[in-house]
Structures are given as C-alpha cells and as structure tokens.
Design a protein around this ligand. Structure first.
Ligand SMILES: Cc1cc2nc3c(=O)[nH]c(=O)nc-3n(C[C@H](O)[C@H](O)[C@H](O)COP(=O)(O)OP(=O)(O)OC[C@H]3O[C@@H](n4cnc5c(N)ncnc54)[C@H](O)[C@@H]3O)c2cc1C
Length: 388
C-alpha cells in the first residue's frame, strides 16, 4: 500500500521517499481479489488498465454448504449500472506492487530505497525524524513533514508512535494451498466459499501462464496439531478431499500456514504520523477485504495529505482517520467476523436458517443488490465519503 500511496502523492506534486526493508519486492502469496471500487481508484493512475489483461474477471461467485452444495450464487453484473468494473478481479498482489513501483520510478518527485529498514521515529514540531538501517547495514536518518506507516501488521511506525492495535487473534492457523485442477467442470464458481463447522474453505481461481488451472484454497487447520503435521502433504490432501467433496489426490503445488487476526489501530493519525493498510487494520481473508481496504486507505490518504502538503488545513488528516477507521471497524471487522462465523456455524438449526436466509436474498433482486454492494465494498466507500 506504501507504493500506491507514494505514487498518488508524487503524482499530486508531493515529494515522497519510500523506505522498504526488503531488498526487492516480495512475491509471496497474499491478497489476490480486487473489488470494483479498488479498480476504480487505481484507474486514474493507469494501474487498472495495466493489470486487467493479466488476471481473471469474475462476475459470478458462490456460497456453498459442504453438505448441501450451492446455497447462493451472486452475479456482480447486477451492479453494471453502478460501476465500470462489475466483477471481482483476481490477480496476486505483487503485480499491483510491481506496476506501482515501475510508475513511481518514472516520477521525478519520488525516491524508493530498498533494504531500508525503519527502526524508530521521533516527532518534532514541524517534522518527524525516522531512523533506519540502510542497505549496507549502516544507521541512517531522514526527516520528513509527514510519515505514513504502510509497514504491515507488525508496523514499527505504529509501535514507535505508541498506537494500540486492538482486537484478537483466531486460535486456528489458516492452511493455504495452491492446486492445479479443473474445478469449474466440477461446478465451482471461480470465487467460492464453502461453509462447514470444521472444514470450510475459501476457493479462488488465479491466472498463471505456467500452471494450467491454478486455484488457491484456504482452509482452517486443527489448532491442536503441531505445525509440522499441518505442513505434511497428506494433511492438505485430506482437507482438500473434504472441502471439495471428492475422493482423489490433487496436484498440490503450494502449501503454507498463517495466523489470522482481527485488529484495528486505536487511531490512524497521531500528530505527523499516519497509518494505512495492515499497519492500521487486519482481518481474516473471508471476503477479500485486506488488500482492498489498504488501497482505499492509500488513495483516500494521498488525496488529503497531498492537499495538506500544498497548504490545506491538516484537519483533513483527522477526517482521513474518521472516515477510514469508521469503515475498518463498522464494515470490514463486522463483515469479516460475520462471514467467518457464517462459514463455520456449528448449530444445525442456525446453519439451516443461514442457508434459508441466503436463498431468500438471492431470490429478491433488491436484497441481492444490497448484499452485493456490501460484499464488494461499494457500501463502505460510500459510507466513508459521507463522513465529514
Ligand atoms: C497468506 C495471506 C493471504 C491473504 N489473502 C488475502 C485475500 O485473499 N484478499 C485480501 O484482500 N487480502 C488478503 N491478505 C491480506 C493482504 O495481503 C494484506 O491486507 C495486504 O498485503 C496489506 O498490504 P500492506 O502494504 O498494508 O502490508 P504488507 O503487504 O505487509 O506490506 C508491508 C511492507 O512494509 C515492509 N516493512 C515492514 N516493516 C518494515 C520496516 N521496519 N521498515 C521498512 N519496511 C518495512 C514490508 O517488507 C512490506 O513490503 C492475505 C494475507 C496473507 C498473509
């Protein structure tokens, strides 16, 4: 999100320096689902146009029950009169970072320093001094009028500013797999959520020219099992058989685990320090809000910070905090926690009611439209904009 925020700032005429701890952009498995408002926000920077040919446009997505099969199928085409991008767009996040970096390198007002690991900061009246290790390991310092912490969930910027990261961590690790399989012919939409008390799944199709049919399948793992056992191929194969409902071995090409948190920083602004992306909020991946919410922060903040650097009142930055923190708490945390509970509901009576409710939403065009606006984050962007 740092690169997107920096690009938007540089293009608005603001001098910007990006400090990135790694030596180059990471290519690890992270967010991969872009929602319509995110594509709209990236469009003026030329990013959407660059990314669209690389990924998959997915208008139709499913909620399934492991036992009952398809419960609800939603078509974002219903929102074609509200957005230029009436689909989910699947593409691994590192493509976004690479595109933003290439554009940033062409901006005369921007400098990107790789291998620059921030270690601390001190706020003064009119500036912030940031201490970091440079690529040679030497101690270095830079002073800036404003600092934006886009340094992920373990943010040093947040910790050094003594901002609390309130919330909780789910007990189970998530098991992420990539398989090379044709799941469309087995009836799966290219975004599918499978509900089950113990063996639910988030299923996304991705595009990769090296792999015929690449799908990412994220599932819970038994919190009582040691990491080594969860990382055994046999464990992933057994989970895949359960969630996909077929008795065969899968072409498994990737397997890892990660911990999932629900946390929001107590403020997104403290003096001259601002937070965006995972540094400001983190949630479970059911619904695909992390990457998208981070871009929404980055663009919202760049608009306001660019104006402040050009002379506007810095109260605009309090508005950033009010707008983006409100939707992080009221929309993203609520929806992602509700989605996870819906997926893993244990009580058979509640599960049945959830299924009936979803089926009635799909049958009613007005309710289906409202459901799509919420799940694709159109509502949260509108709610943020309405806060003054
Ligand atoms: C396995 C996995 C799957 C996910 N799946 C989804 C999904 O399907 N949909 C979705 O929307 N989201 C998903 N997410 C979440 C999404 O990837 C994050 O919300 C997103 O990466 C946040 O971006 P960010 O730039 O805020 O933080 P990050 O991507 O964490 O980037 C932070 C950057 O800051 C750098 N940094 C850290 N510390 C320092 C320091 N001290 N000095 C300098 N630089 C530093 C890091 O090297 C890194 O480049 C997933 C996350 C994971 C881990």
């Amino acid at each position: 999100m740092g690169l997107v925020c920096a690009l938007a700032l540089a293009r608005s005429g603001t001098d910007v320096v990006v400090l990135e701890a790694l030596g180059k952009l990471p290519r690890e498995q992270r967010g991969a689902a872009f929602h319509p408002p995110t594509l709209e926000m990236l469009e003026p920077h030329g990013i959407t146009g660059d990314l669209l040919p690389l990924g998959l446009r997915i208008p139709v997505w499913q909620i399934r029950d492991k036992e009952d099969g398809v419960v609800a199928e939603f078509d974002l085409g219903m929102l074609a009169d509200e957005t230029r991008y009436p689909y989910r767009f699947h593409l691994p996040q590192h493509h976004l970072a690479a595109d933003a970096l290439a554009k940033l390198r062409r901006e005369p007002r921007a400098t990107v320093l790789f291998g620059a690991s921030v270690e601390g900061l001190a706020q003064e009246d009119a500036r912030v001094r940031v201490r970091y290790r440079d690529a040679t390991g030497a101690a270095a310092e830079i002073a800036a009028s404003w600092v934006v912490g886009c340094d992920g969930s373990r943010s040093i910027v947040r910790k050094a500013s003594d901002i609390a990261y309130e919330g909780f961590t789910w007990p189970e690790r998530f098991l992420v797999t990539n398989v090379d399989e044709d799941l469309v012919s087995e009836g799966f939409a290219e975004t599918s959520y499978v509900a089950d008390p113990d063996k639910w799944a988030v299923i996304l199709r991705l595009a990769d020219p090296r792999v015929g049919n690449l799908w990412r399948i994220a599932m819970p793992s038994d919190p009582d099992l040691p990491e080594e056992e969860v990382m055994e191929e046999g464990y992933a194969q057994a989970m895949l058989r359960e969630v996909l409902g077929c008795d065969r071995s899968f072409r498994l090409i990737y397997q890892s685990t990660y911990r999932v948190h629900q946390r929001v920083a107590s403020t997104f602004r403290k003096g001259r320090v601002l937070l965006a992306g995972d540094a400001a909020h983190i949630n479970n991946p059911i619904g695909g809000f992390g990457l998208n919410g981070g871009v929404h922060d980055a663009i919202n903040l760049a608009d306001k910070l660019g104006a402040v650097c050009a002379g506007a009142d810095d109260g605009l930055l309090d508005l950033y905090d009010r707008q983006r923190r409100h939707v992080a708490v009221e929309n993203v945390q609520r929806q992602s926690i509700r989605n996870k509970k819906l997926m893993q509901e244990r009580d058979p009576g509640v599960r049945r009611r959830n299924i009936d409710e979803l089926r009635s939403v799909v049958r009613d065009p007005e309710r289906a439209r409202a459901y799509l606006r919420d799940s694709s984050m159109i509502s949260s962007v509108a709610q943020a904009a309405a806060i003054r």
